[in-house]
Design a protein around this ligand. Structure first.
Ligand code: SR1
Ligand code: MG
Length: 425
């Protein structure tokens, strides 16, 4: 039987009924508001004027399609991810106040003073250090939950406990299968038919198979599992513009990562790849708008340059943090040379996963505002850009040797498509 869902009134009674939770907020003064837009959860923000907390409860169906039933057990992945992230990547995760297994809900820190990264990206707001800290977050979680930072038996028990097959199936279908075949979940502007067809060649499917097999079989660390830019909060711009210490204190955390319900044991490259796939989508939007005519300043803008720098910034954040932690690795036999080989492999697969993520968010289920909010002509440009760059990454990921190589793919795609559009005129 599904858990009783909270609403804006009953959630306060729920908190008042718990001595632990009612110590965190004045329930007599509290107001609640449902603020979620995720597919699988309710997200209720409760504030008393001074303090706040968030109650996240799983839905037994997909929010935008109630006929699509989904297990409420994703709450256990959410709890596991929150617990691990707040322990191992403390600075970059919400504080975690606990799981109610019978009500299928977790309680966590109110981060409403932060802003969703996709939203600042779509407003062309530069957020310094966010990419670096997203990379550090991935490294912290990966190191401590893998054979690098924990003993063999501990990792194997944790991986077994984190099995999440029904939720993992969603990722397997939506990212690695449906976009490459006909499926009701897919849609795109007909003007992008050629780009979609090109993705459905057997040679591309074989590369996607390689990525899917990596995701299915390489259970090396606890992943966030859905690290797109709607799963990352960044600091509000006012804090970055003003006198606030966070602007100059580069060591203050500049991201908070949330939404852990897709967490599984998998390849660390997947979290990096999902992040980069969403950077690519922000670039697709920028490319489309820059080429919309009458905005030459936008074509070579500080914002566009900053977007291009995010691959290297996040990769450096990841690599430096992972190497720093690896100095204390549990497995002595994991030599520095082996760590270097593992890092290089992680980069390659991350590039491939970036392409797969950008494809699914462009033509498959769960599309993104970066592209969906564009006028039709710009949407077509953005779609072509995203699909073309993604295909290059999927076909060539085994040759990627640096984060700069990914930036090169993006820049080459922009100039090639831009030249073709110019020739059409
Ligand atoms: C049915 S859930 C659809 C998607 O939402 C989340 O963002 C995940 O990416 C999932 O694939
Ligand atoms: Mg989510």
């Amino acid at each position: 039987m599904p858990a009783r869902l909270c609403d804006e009134r009953t959630v306060i009674d729920y908190i008042a009924g718990s001595s632990d939770l009612s110590a965190l907020i004045n329930t007599g003064q509290a107001h609640a508001k449902e603020v979620g837009d995720g597919n699988l959860n309710l997200l209720v923000l409760v504030q008393d004027g001074t303090r706040g907390l968030v109650v996240k409860q799983t839905l037994p169906y997909v929010r935008s399609d109630h006929s699509w039933a989904v297990t409420e057990d994703s709450i256990f992945a959410e709890a596991r991810g929150l617990d691990a992230a707040s322990t191992y990547a403390t600075r970059y995760a919400p504080r975690y106040f606990g799981l109610d297994a019978s009500r299928k809900l977790v309680v966590e820190e109110d981060l409403s003073q932060w802003q969703v990264w996709r939203s600042t990206l779509n407003q062309r707001i530069i957020t310094p250090y966010a990419a670096r800290d997203a990379g550090r977050f991935i490294a912290d979680l990966a190191y401590h939950t893998s054979y690098f930072g924990a003993g063999e038996q501990e990792v194997q028990r944790a991986a077994a406990a984190a099995a999440n097959p029904e939720i993992e199936q969603i990722t397997e279908d939506l990212i690695f299968t449906e976009p490459y075949y006909g499926h009701d979940h897919n849609s795109w502007e007909p003007a992008a038919n050629d780009e979609v067809e090109a993705l459905r060649r057997d040679s591309v499917r074989t590369k996607v198979a390689e990525l899917k097999y990596e995701f299915l079989t390489r259970a090396e660390a606890l992943l966030h599992g859905d690290l797109h830019t709607n799963s990352i909060f960044v600091r509000r711009p006012v804090e970055l513009d003003g006198d606030n210490a966070s602007e100059t204190d580069t060591n203050a955390p500049h991201v908070k990562v949330f939404d852990f319900e897709f967490g599984v044991y998998g390849p660390v490259s997947f979290d990096l790849g999902v992040l980069w796939g969403n950077v690519l989508l922000a670039q697709a939007r920028e490319y489309a708008l820059a080429n919309a005519g009458g905005s030459e300043d936008r074509a070579a803008s500080a914002y566009g340059d900053w977007l291009l720098s995010l691959y290297t910034e996040s990769w450096n954040g990841f690599e430096q943090e992972f190497r720093r932690l690896s100095a204390h690795r549990v497995n002595r036999i994991f030599t520095a040379e082996f760590v270097g080989q593992w890092i290089a492999r992680t980069l390659r697969y991350a590039a491939g996963f970036a392409g797969a993520e950008a494809v699914r968010r462009t033509i498959g289920w769960a599309k993104v505002a970066d592209i969906e909010t564009l006028p039709t002509n710009e949407k077509i440009r953005a779609t072509r850009f995203a699909l073309t760059a993604s295909k290059t990454l999927i076909e060539g990921f085994q040759d990627i040797a640096s984060a700069q190589d990914i930036r090169d793919v993006v820049e080459t795609t922009a100039s090639r498509l831009g030249a073709a559009e110019g020739n059409d005129d």
